[in-house]
Design a protein around this ligand. Structure first.
Ligand code: ATP
Length: 213
């Protein structure tokens, strides 16, 4: 099995590329989705967040109020605290998924899509992502395009554009710049063009990955 980390900043097109890789035959897991699942009531991560940040982060439906939490994280400088609770659990779930897949499909190309592959390990001298992934694929696009695509996608959900743009900038500022991520990646997909151009690059990389598997 080949374990592939698929990363890229907010709005870069990771989910889009993950979908293309899945169509080509890769097995994919979204760290975002895992994180959302682990933050549901009843999960240990949920309990730890409520214990740490207080009951004000729980909405009237009993779920975590994500906009309140992201306000605490990004506007009140408490992102590191939130990450310390969420990241280890998300990584453990990714590892469990990969272990199970390795048993069931030894020839699988296992792709974990995550905005924070490098950042989740910050501070370590021998970063854990190197042992978790055999290859890293980075999806890039100019920052303005990332923000525009993010705003476009979220505006459809009835949120205000100015607030979304500010939110996007704050999130991007907390991510390692692409220039740094490129140095740590094996493959780079330039998603500044059409979906068709991105698909061609993705197919080329998938073929190369399969040859190494
Ligand atoms: P996030 O980190 O916010 O989850 P992401 O990196 O997963 O974002 P996507 O959700 O794949 O990014 O893409 C962001 C938006 O841009 C989506 O609405 C997607 O449909 C659109 N998009 C992605 N790539 C292209 C492209 N090449 N041309 C036009 N639109 C695109």
């Amino acid at each position: 099995m080949l374990r592939v980390g698929l990363t890229g900043g907010l709005g870069s097109g990771k989910t889009t590329v993950a979908g293309m890789l899945a169509e080509l035959g890769a097995h994919t897991l979204s760290a975002d989705e895992v994180g959302r699942r682990l933050m549901e009531p009843g999960e240990p991560v949920y309990a730890e967040i409520v214990r740490h940040f207080g009951p004000a982060v729980v909405g009237s439906d009993g779920r975590l109020d994500r906009s309140k939490l992201s306000g605490l994280a990004f506007k009140e400088g408490r992102l590191a605290e939130l990450n310390r609770i969420v990241h280890p659990a998300v990584i453990a779930a990714q590892e469990a998924w990969a272990r199970e897949l390795a048993v069931q499909e030894p020839q699988a190309i296992a792709v974990v899509e995550s905005a924070l592959i490098f950042e989740a390990d910050s501070g370590g001298t021998a970063p854990g992502w190197r042992s978790r992934f055999d290859r890293i694929v980075l999806v890039t696009a100019p920052e303005a395009l990332k923000i525009a695509r993010f705003v476009e996608r979220m505006a459809g959900r009835g949120l205000k554009r100015e607030a979304l743009e500010a939110d996007a900038r704050a999130r991007l500022a907390a991510q390692l710049p692409d220039s740094e991520k490129m140095k740590l990646s094996d493959y780079v997909i330039d998603n500044s063009g059409s979906l068709e151009e991105t698909r061609e690059q993705t197919e080329r990389i998938f073929r190369a990955l399969r040859e190494q598997n």
